[in-house]
Design a protein. Structure first.
Length: 139
């Protein structure tokens, strides 16, 4: 479960970053000012990876000290799956939304601050999954 969480977090972050970079590199050829507008999405993707690493380290330390029963092992695996999958979907959706926002900003600069709020919703899903995983692993 611990390796699955780490793998899903890394793959999700990589897919989000690839999505952001491909959109930004295409849009910045036409309008160079959009190159710096994607920093918020990049920060959210990196924060998701940091949360995943924190949960993996916390889970690895807890596995060493906890009593080995089926319930404890199941809760630990479930918490890691929840954290890994929520961070995966959060980073991928933030990457797609950030790319779309970059393309819209290249077309009309007045829309950027109206639409940047849309990146917060998938980031909240990632944080919610992280909190649920921590609660599961603390039982």
């Amino acid at each position: 479960g611990i390796l699955l969480a780490l793998t899903l977090g890394m793959i999700g972050t990589a897919k989000g970053m690839i999505s952001i970079s491909s959109y930004v590199s295409g849009a910045s050829l036409v309008t160079p000012r959009v190159a710096t507008k994607s920093i918020f999405g990049i920060v959210i993707c990196e924060a998701g990876m940091i949360c995943t690493v924190l949960h993996v380290v916390q889970s690895a330390m807890k596995v060493i000290t906890m009593k080995q029963t089926y319930l404890n092992n199941f809760l630990m695996m479930t918490s890691c799956i929840i954290v890994g999958s929520s961070i995966y979907f959060s980073c991928v959706s933030v990457g797609i939304i950030c790319g779309i926002i970059t393309m819209m900003d290249a077309k009309d600069p007045t829309l950027f601050f109206k639409i940047i709020v849309m990146e917060v919703i998938p980031a909240g899903i990632g944080v919610l999954g992280f909190v649920c995983g921590v609660i599961f692993s603390s039982k």
